[in-house]
Design a protein around this ligand. Structure first.
Ligand SMILES: Cc1cc2nc3c(=O)[nH]c(=O)nc-3n(C[C@H](O)[C@H](O)[C@H](O)COP(=O)(O)OP(=O)(O)OC[C@H]3O[C@@H](n4cnc5c(N)ncnc54)[C@H](O)[C@@H]3O)c2cc1C
Length: 401
């Protein structure tokens, strides 16, 4: 059975590693960047307890590789930028295990390292589709070190090529992004706080929010948000130190020591900021013929408020790998008899409700980022039973094959 995975990101690495170990499978993973390019553009991540729970069940090796390069994520605090504490939640109240805090580059290094020589780097996919006259065999064309290459007779294509998935665009049309009228920016900076900032925290000044946590490598990951006109680009005047300083400086008090450090650090590093907007796209799990599986951001772009992008990519990949392993093992002759469309339908049945819940909950939790939001009322709502029950469902009720 020939399987091609596009993208050696979070989902692609997990699924490549798992499927290549199965009898009768031939797996090729195509990745456009170089082996040494563990992009820092995302800078840092908090990965939810639900991903860690699924990953540990799927593979102790991968779980340990990721944990070794991260710090535990044990608590979530929300304050105002003047230091008034609104919310302090130990994750043990709503989760069976910790989440993690990790540099983006280290997450990729751990997952790619465990996938070994199965990844073909500098191999950028440009075209793909079903072979002439076949509804069950695909081809992929890619460029590797300037040379054009083609793979034919693919039984299963796994599209794990991220938010701007070429596979999704070519097979189903690029998804429509819904913009939520919030700018979000990120930075990774050296930790000069002397312990002022450690586990996951958020600080609000009205609807403008800061977020930060410490990651291995003596660094602080920080992010900020502020409302913008829905559907509009982030105005250039907002990408300026004095504009950003004003957003987070409380009107009638001095900023707390934590927030003073954050505000000064943002203002000193404006040129290094990675800018984005809060957006999401509708989920898609498989193509019409049933031989293409979409995972991670290629399947569903969600708002990042609950840190569920990479987290759900892990859930997707572990579940897809476990399901396919089970189906291949029970098919004839090393997967030759596997009914791929049926297996992908089963995957969609397993994922659709869960992903819908996570997307809805992530959107609901973004209420305090919207124009005019009241952070005190928003934090109080997060202390109430309905929100905490949803958090427990998010972190604990991970699906199983
Ligand atoms: C700044 C930032 C901060 C974030 N913070 C968090 C967070 O705190 N917690 C969280 O859970 N999520 C977070 N996310 C989201 C998270 O990073 C993504 O949801 C996650 O990486 C998705 O994993 P994936 O495997 O689907 O795609 P990716 O990890 O994006 O991997 C896709 C891979 O495909 C490759 N590729 C793309 N096109 C091609 C092609 N044509 N040919 C070959 N290869 C190709 C890419 O090079 C890449 O390696 C953040 C995202 C950003 C941008």
């Amino acid at each position: 059975m020939k399987i091609v995975v596009i993208g050696a990101g979070v989902a692609g690495c997990i699924v490549t590693r798992a499927l290549s170990g199965l009898p009768g499978t031939e797996v090729l993973c195509l990745e456009k960047v170089d082996a040494s390019d563990h992009s820092e553009s995302g800078t840092g991540l908090n990965v939810g307890p639900n991903a860690i729970k699924v990953l540990r069940r799927h593979s102790a090796v991968l779980h340990d590789a990721v944990r070794e390069r991260s710090y535990p994520w044990k608590s979530w605090r929300i304050s105002l930028t003047d230091g008034a504490l609104l919310f302090d939640l130990p994750l043990s109240k709503v989760a069976d295990n910790e989440g993690i805090r990790i540099r983006w580059s280290e997450l990729y290094a751990a997952l790619r390292g465990a996938t070994g020589n199965l990844i073909r780097y500098r191999a950028q996919v440009s075209r793909l589709g079903y072979m002439e006259g076949r509804a069950d065999r695909l081809f992929v064309e890619y460029t590797e070190n300037g040379a054009s290459r083609r793979v034919d007779d693919i039984d299963l294509l796994v599209a794990a090529d991220g938010r701007y998935s070429v596979a999704r665009a070519l097979l189903a049309g690029a998804p429509t992004m819904t913009q939520h009228g919030v700018a979000i920016y990120r930075l990774l900076v050296p930790d000069t706080t002397a312990g002022l900032i450690d586990d996951y925290e958020q600080w609000f000044n009205g609807h403008n929010r800061l977020l930060a946590f410490r990651v291995p490598g003596n660094a602080i990951y920080l992010a900020g948000t502020f409302p913008i006109a829905p559907g509009e680009d982030i105005p250039e005047r907002a990408k300026d130190a004095s504009y950003l300083r004003a957003l987070y400086t409380p009107a009638n008090a001095a900023p707390s020591a934590q927030c003073r450090w954050l505000i000064d650090t943002i203002c000193a590093n404006v040129a290094a900021i990675h800018w984005a907007r809060l957006q999401e796209s509708p989920p898609l799990y498989r193509d019409g013929n049933g031989h293409v599986l979409f995972l991670g951001d290629a399947s569903h772009g969600m708002v990042p408020t609950l840190g569920q992008g990479a987290t759900q990519a892990v859930e997707d990949a572990c579940l897809a790998a476990d399901l396919l392993a089970q189906r291949i093992a029970s098919a004839d002759a090393g997967g030759v008899g596997l009914a791929v469309p049926e297996a992908l339908r089963e995957f969609e049945r397993l994922r659709a409700d869960r992903v819908a819940f996570v997307m809805d909950f992530s959107r609901e939790a973004s209420d305090t980022l919207e124009a005019g939001a009241d952070p005190v009322a928003g934090a109080l709502k997060k202390l109430e039973a309905p929100f905490q029950q949803k958090l427990a469902r998010l972190y604990r009720d991970v699906p199983e094959v």
